[in-house]
Design a protein around this ligand. Sequence first.
Ligand code: NI
Length: 138
Amino acid sequence: MRVRLVSTSHFAAAHRLHRDDWDEATNRRIFDKCNNPHGHGHTYGLAVTVEGEIDPETGYLMDFGHLKRAVDESVVRRLDRRHLNFDVDFLKGVNPTAENIAVAIWGQLADRVAPGRLVRVALQETERNSVVYEGGAP
Ligand code: NI
């Protein structure tokens, strides 16, 4: 019996959307408020979905606590209260749009959720805006 588990968390972080190889006017036009010189903050919502078979002995796909620990250790603690342009090793050189952050989170988590299989990373940047990444070509 195949099921999916969803583990949700939050982290607060600052970022600035900017490309050094573009001039100021282009950065401002494309990234608008998110190009604010000293950055700005979001409270991000993260929902991680894993898929797998129910173990007939335990009745679990995997322990929710194990999944939460994997998400906390590999993602949330490394992003919470950080500036995403400067403080996070796995985002070095990445323009920290919600899209790019979601893909980078996938990279940190995919090997940590056995016996589940990572199938979805949903990152909510604001009340109205979220990104969903379901794997595939980077
Ligand atoms: Ni922003």
